[in-house]
Design a protein around this ligand. Structure first.
Ligand SMILES: C[S@@+](CC[C@H](N)C(=O)[O-])C[C@H]1O[C@@H](n2cnc3c(N)ncnc32)[C@H](O)[C@@H]1O
Length: 257
């Protein structure tokens, strides 16, 4: 029986590892740094994004930082050569200066990103780069699925609970251009071909649905909640003729110098 958790579940998260890794591969391939000495991966999770950085820059000193003990434990067990730190990026002081401050799919969980980016900017080497991918979740039907179910009185979710903190692409440009001389931004829709609606539910269970499920004390309520989410997923993402379901996932990338 599943129990509600306020920490991340690395195994469930990695179940859709291929889908989650491609944006890191794409972002890392566009970073124009020959041999950075020091790299930090903010919100490194189980180390999947960090492994791509290690592959691209084998000689670099790499640190993975995450505030989830379960994720850092999994990263430590991964065997990826890196230093692992449990810390909240919003409040942590970052030791020293970095050539690359990287983050894949993590800033959306952090409040005060404008202040955070400003702090991170001050921790960059003079020719350093800040690179990130943030899902533009609010531009996806899945966001409506979650927010419309969240306001149903039967769940009694507190206002604002669990909502991801994501700016618009214009707001990210404004924040970054106030801090950096050069900002590249782009958006990609990754069209995940899912075997079923249940698979979409399962993929979301380990991320966007997690804060809502964690508020439901009883297994019975969690099942009922997921049943309603599943119905909404079915309406928003009709199955194709072969039974597969297309789940386009929109992601914003930036590289700031
Ligand atoms: C969706 S996962 C991304 C993991 C990995 N970077 C990847 O590419 O798949 C988001 C990660 O951000 C972490 N996170 C959320 N808020 C954080 C914070 N304030 N400080 C540090 N890490 C945070 C979570 O614990 C989680 O591991």
């Amino acid at each position: 029986m599943r129990t509600p958790s306020t920490d991340w579940n690395p195994s469930l998260y990695l179940k859709y590892g291929r889908e989650r890794l491609q944006p890191t591969v794409d972002l890392a391939s566009r970073i124009d740094l020959e041999a950075p000495n020091r790299i930090i991966d903010i919100g490194c999770g189980p180390g999947n994004s960090t492994s791509v950085l290690r592959g691209r820059w084998p000689e670099a000193e790499i640190t993975g930082l995450d505030n989830s003990p379960a994720m850092i434990e999994r990263a430590r067990q991964s065997g990826i050569e890196a230093d692992w730190i449990i810390a909240d990026a919003s409040t942590a002081q970052f030791p020293g200066e970095w050539d690359l401050i990287f983050s894949n799919a993590a800033y959306q969980w952090m409040a005060g990103q404008s202040e955070l980016f400003s702090k991170l900017r001050s921790n960059l080497m003079p020719n350093g780069i800040m690179a990130a991918q943030i899902p533009l979740f609010r531009e996806m039907p899945m966001s409506g699925v979650i927010s419309e179910e969240a306001i149903q009185p039967r769940w009694n979710f507190g206002a604002g609970n669990g909502h991801l903190m994501i700016h618009s692409r214009e707001e990210y440009y404004d924040i970054l251009s106030g801090l950096f001389e050069h900002v590249d931004l782009w958006v990609t829709d990754y069209i995940h071909v899912m075997p079923s609606h249940e698979a979409i539910l399962e993929m979301m269970r380990s991320t966007a649905l997690m804060p809502f499920l964690a508020q439901l004390e009883f297994e019975e309520d969690r099942r009922a909640y997921e049943k309603e989410i599943l119905k909404r997923i079915g309406r928003e993402y009709p199955a194709r003729g072969n039974g597969k379901v297309l789940f386009p996932f929109r992601r914003l990338f930036f590289i700031a110098k």
